[in-house]
Design a protein around this ligand. Structure first.
Ligand SMILES: Cc1cc2nc3c(=O)[nH]c(=O)nc-3n(C[C@H](O)[C@H](O)[C@H](O)COP(=O)(O)OP(=O)(O)OC[C@H]3O[C@@H](n4cnc5c(N)ncnc54)[C@H](O)[C@@H]3O)c2cc1C
Length: 394
């Protein structure tokens, strides 16, 4: 087992870091204050192969391995969780299409994401059902050609459509994505074994998306509430198999969680960098505060937590490539749990190193603290990760 990054992985890290420092950092404060989604920066990043980098070259991606993909996210979040995070999140749903979609879906959708034309959104959570995915209430009812003859113009080649009704909550890219994956119950009586994934354009009749504007952090990222009211989708738009959506999702979550571990590692590193710089400049009692052992020990602990989080995140990325689903699930949950919990601790300590100056927005650490917090919540909360990890132990 090698603990070294390859020359290519190191080069990828340098390239993303350069992009982050030259293009993202200078505008990060402004974009987050204005809650501005970084449309043009996402397109610039796409030109550098940094959007959905895991997608094979055949569909416009860079075909990066699991570790490299985590590194790209880590560096984008290190540059800024709001702006860089919006770029990294543009691919949230591509894994489902790549793994389970029909060839026409891959050819139509994936190049639009990798090329920077649009991000994709994945609609799973609902107002009343977040952790309990199987409890979702959104319904997809099959409407056969005869039943839908009133609207023949919308009928698919086979003549069958699904009609979707329901409400989704907290959907990343919900108001900026041209395409969504929508999870809905096709066999409600079967619980988790009755969920199906659908692909839809976001401008179809029956879709209403509203941006959520009162988040604690990641203000440059787009998060939305979406209502589906009689949304008609051709039956050919089922991603994977009918009633297999929950199982497809469970596999989709391992790379997504490794990615969150990368996010958490990136924001924690940004906070440490800021704390080290501030501790070297700030003087108290006629010496830089970095001379006090209490501050030095804090920095040492922060650096150690980050290195451990990074190691787990990269191991999870590597496990995803191995094809061992159980191992990937276990390591991705451990990496997400550890990295997110420590990112919140590290960003908290970075504020402490700044003293009062860390409590206002003159320095980025107050933003990092707010931004880091979400990594403990989405893609399965810390409590859910512990449930998953313990299930494999017992
Ligand atoms: C900024 C942001 C972006 C997001 N993006 C997306 C997205 O793109 N697509 C999407 O579908 N969702 C998205 N989410 C939703 C996210 O995945 C959910 O918020 C998360 O899964 C938790 O669900 P919930 O908010 O309903 O909390 P709840 O499920 O109500 O949980 C509340 C509390 O109860 C605990 N809890 C619940 N069940 C258990 C249990 N069995 N054991 C122990 N503790 C439990 C939780 O850990 C938590 O502490 C996003 C959320 C945020 C904040």
């Amino acid at each position: 087992m090698s603990f070294e990054l390859t020359a290519e992985q190191r080069a990828i890290r340098e390239a993303v870091r350069d992009f982050g420092e030259s293009e993202i950092r200078p505008v990060a404060k402004e974009y987050n204050e204005q809650g501005r989604y970084p449309e043009e920066l996402r397109q610039q990043a796409a030109d550098l192969d940094l959007v959905a980098p895991h997608i094979p070259e055949a569909y416009g991606g860079a075909g990066m391995d699991g570790v490299s993909t985590v590194i790209v996210t880590e560096e984008l979040w290190r540059a800024d969780p709001g702006v860089g995070g919006a770029i990294a999140a543009a691919d949230f749903g591509t894994g489902m299409i790549l793994e389970y979609g029909d060839e026409w879906m891959k050819e139509e959708v994936l190049p639009r994401v990798t090329g920077g034309e649009t991000p994709i959104a994945t609609c799973i959570s609902e107002p009343a059902h977040g952790s309990n995915v199987a409890g979702m209430e959104t319904r997809a009812r099959k409407d056969t050609a005869e039943q839908s003859s009133a609207s023949p113009a919308t009928a698919s080649q086979e003549g069958d459509e699904y009609v979707i009704d329901g409400e989704k909550m907290w959907i990343t890219n919900g108001t900026v994505a041209d395409v969504y994956i929508v999870m809905a119950k096709t066999s409600p009586e079967d619980g988790h074994a009755g969920i199906t994934a659908f692909l839809t354009e976001s401008d179809r009749d029956g879709i209403e998306a509203a941006r959520i504007t009162n988040k604690l952090g990641i203000h440059a990222q787009d998060t939305a509430e979406i209502r589906f009211d009689g949304l008609r989708i051709p039956a050919e738009n089922v991603v994977g198999e009918v009633d297999r959506g929950f199982y497809q999702l469970m596999e989709f979550f391992a790379p997504a969680r490794a990615d969150v571990a990368g996010q958490a590692t990136g924001v924690a590193q940004a906070a440490l960098d800021a704390a080290v710089a501030y501790a070297s400049e700030r003087e108290q009692f006629d010496q830089p505060i970095a001379e006090f052992q209490a501050i030095r020990h804090k920095l040492a602990e922060m650096a150690t937590d980050i290195e451990a989080a990074r190691s787990l995140a990269y191991r999870a990325g590597s496990a995803i490539d191995s094809g061992d689903t159980d191992e990937a699930t276990r390591l991705a949950s451990m990496a997400k749990l550890f990295a997110s919990e420590h990112a919140v601790d590290v960003t908290d300590e970075a504020i402490q190193v700044h003293g009062g100056a860390g409590y206002v927005d003159d320095h980025p650490v107050e933003r990092y603290y707010r931004d880091a917090r979400v990594t403990k919540i989405y893609d399965g909360t810390s409590e859910i990760q512990k449930n998953i990890i313990s299930e494999q132990l017992l």
